[in-house]
Unconditional design. Sequence first.
Length: 169
Amino acid sequence: MKELIITKEMIDSDWNYIWKEDLSDFDGTVRSDNYLWLIKFKSIKVKWWLYFWIWCGIESRCGIEAGDGIEAGYGIKAGYGIKAGWGIKAGYGITCKWILSFSYKIFAGICYWREISEEEKTITCGKKEWNWVVEYGILKEIWIPEEEVEEITIEEIQKRLWKKIKIVK
C-alpha cells in the first residue's frame, strides 16, 4: 500500500497542496506531517485512510473521500461532499454543502484538555446519507427540500392564470 506524508514543502504559503502527486484518486493512505496547521485541496480521494495530525485540518474546494476513514485533529471542510467507507473524526467541526456519507460513526469536537463549544461540535451538511450514528457532535442538515411537482391539466392552468392557453410546438 502506498503512503504519502504531506510536509510543509508540499504546500504553498496559503496552505494549498501543490505537490506533483495527484490526490484526486490516490491508491493508498495520505497523512500529514506533525507540524502543519491546514492543508487545502482542490479535491481529494484516497483508497484507504486520510489521517491528519492533532492541529491539522482538511479543506477541499470540491469533495473529500476515503475508502476507510477520515481523521483530522482540527476540522474537516468540503465545498461539496464528504464520504468515508468507515467513520469520520474531527477535533473541530465538520462541514460540507452536499452529502455527508459514512458507514459507522462520526465524531466532531473531540478534545480532552478543554471545554468544547457548540460550534466546535457542529456537523453541518446538506444531507446525511444513511442512518448511521452521530456518536459525538451536533448534526445540522441544511438541505433545501426538493419542490414537489404538481401535475395539472391545461384547463387548470387557464383557470389559475385567468386566460386561455394555446400549446405550440
